[in-house]
Write a protein that binds this ligand. Structure first.
Ligand code: BT5
Length: 256
């Protein structure tokens, strides 16, 4: 059993292709566990499934290398990262703003996407406690024109600057807060397992008890969200009360 990783090393960069790629390069050289890579700007920021993440100066772009702890799969770490990002956004803004996490790990600020998470597994030969890169992007000082390409997405896009009527926010404390939240949550996960992290996720989510439209690979279904299971999969209940767990898929919208 490897030792519990701690935040040992923070690499600060002005500009990089992708902090996830840099974290992977460091991991390949060995000893990257617990390392944080933070950049002011990404030239090739990545979303999930080959999508891109707009990453101009004004956002927080952070990746860290952590191990999932058996028997929990890497998906549990991506849930953990969503919780850390939501806590970071909430603690960085006045309490009047509504912050929630949408399964699995998008963070919504007043109902619009303000942060995203990309979790990638690294094959380091350890099947028991796989090494993962967790990448988080938070829109802090991005303006309307920088986010307008995403206005048509199901949950749109927003930033700290947009919701606070154009106010600029210091980036450094947001990045620092995210490092602390990730470190604390990973410690909790490592010592007590995924269950307490899942409970915090459920407390922070906008989803439980709400009817929603969910896109599976080949069809869309309407169901009520019940919670997440021990692997981080979304548990839905249909109109007959039958429950199903979904490891993949996307919440398209909430229903009235
Ligand atoms: C995500 O993907 O939400 C994962 C984003 C992870 C970004 C971090 S930044 C640090 C680390 N290094 C990287 O290279 N990546 C990670 P997904 O759910 O697939 O959402 C991507 C979609 O959101 C895109 O196809 C756009 O439609 C939209 N989008 C792109 N940039 C955005 C932004 N800055 N804010 C809101 N939406 C955005």
């Amino acid at each position: 059993m490897p030792a519990k990783p701690t935040a040992t090393n923070i690499v600060q960069l002005d500009r990089i292709d992708s902090t996830n790629e840099e974290a992977k390069r460091l991991a390949r050289q060995g000893g990257a566990e617990g390392t944080f890579v933070i950049a002011m700007e990404q030239t090739a920021g990545k979303g999930s499934q080959g999508r891109t993440w707009a990453s101009p100066v004004g956002g927080v772009y952070l990746s860290t290398v952590l191990r999932a702890k058996a028997p929990h799969p890497p998906t549990t770490l991506s849930i953990l990262a969503g919780v850390a990002a939501a806590q970071t956004v909430r603690d960085s803004l006045p309490k009047s703003f509504e912050v929630s996490v949408k399964w699995p790990n998008d963070v919504l600020l007043d109902g619009k996407k303000v942060a995203g998470v990309l979790c990638e597994s690294l094959d380091d030969g350890s099947e028991t406690n796989p090494l993962c890169v967790l990448g988080i992007g938070i829109n802090v000082n991005l303006d309307q024109s920088q986010l307008s390409p995403f206005a048509g997405n199901p949950f749109g896009a927003t930033s700290f600057q947009i919701v606070t009527s154009g106010k600029k926010h210091p980036i450094e404390p947001v990045a620092q807060r995210l490092v602390t939240k990730l470190t604390n949550l990973h410690e909790l996960y490592w010592t007590e397992g995924f269950a307490p992290v899942a409970m915090i996720w459920e407390r922070n989510c906008s989803t439980i008890g709400r009817p929603l439209r969910f896109a599976l690979k080949e069809k869309e279904i309407e169901a009520v969200c019940v919670g997440i299971d021990r692997s981080g999969a979304l548990v839905l209940s249909n109109e007959r009360g039958e429950q199903s767990a979904h490891a993949v898929g996307e919440i398209k919208c909430f229903l009235p």
